[in-house]
Design a protein. Structure first.
Length: 170
């Protein structure tokens, strides 16, 4: 039997490259950088309408002149995938540093599945594991006379309804 991972579990399994049961910031950064590189490549291919490896002002005519100039590093009237990447990479580095501070809640320099799981998802998963029993009063964000943990067929993500007047959806 194959178990398909999604969300934080998939990210964790992908990022834990040395298999030690935790994700170092280096492992996390590598996965993030690879993901961004794929997204940049795809986005550049969408922008480069004539597929010549250069995006001209005519190809991205809805882009502001200032934004275009930011990407056209050599000021030749077009930007390449390499120029786009060179501009985006420093921004990614700053965002990764911010993420490190937010995600590494126990400040041990590594990430666990729990740290990579958004708090709201953790509460929903605990609720689902406890056979839909209501959360403790300290965990409630709204009156919970009807608390339902269900999975949306279209989203395949747990959805929590926690309102006293909310109808039960099966």
């Amino acid at each position: 039997m194959t178990i398909e991972l999604s969300g934080p579990e998939h990210l964790f399994a992908t990022a834990d490259r040395d298999g030690d049961g935790s994700v170092s910031f280096g492992e996390f950064s590598a996965v993030a950088n690879e993901s961004i590189a794929r997204q940049l490549k795809k986005r550049f291919q969408q922008l480069d309408l004539n597929h010549d490896g250069r995006c001209t002002r005519a190809e991205v005519n809805l882009m502001s002149a200032a934004r275009f100039a930011r990407f056209d590093l050599n000021r030749d009237g077009a930007f390449t995938a390499a120029e786009l990447t060179k501009v985006i990479q420093p921004q990614l580095g700053a965002r990764l540093a911010d993420l490190r501070m937010k995600l590494d809640r126990d400040h041990d320099g590594r990430f666990s599945v729990a740290e990579l799981t958004p708090p709201a998802k953790q509460a929903t998963e605990r609720l689902a594991q406890n056979n839909s029993s209501p959360p403790k009063a300290s965990q409630q964000s709204a009156p919970a006379s009807k608390v339902v943990a269900r999975t949306s067929a279209s989203q395949k993500k747990p959805v929590q309804v926690a309102r006293a007047d909310a109808p039960t959806v099966n």
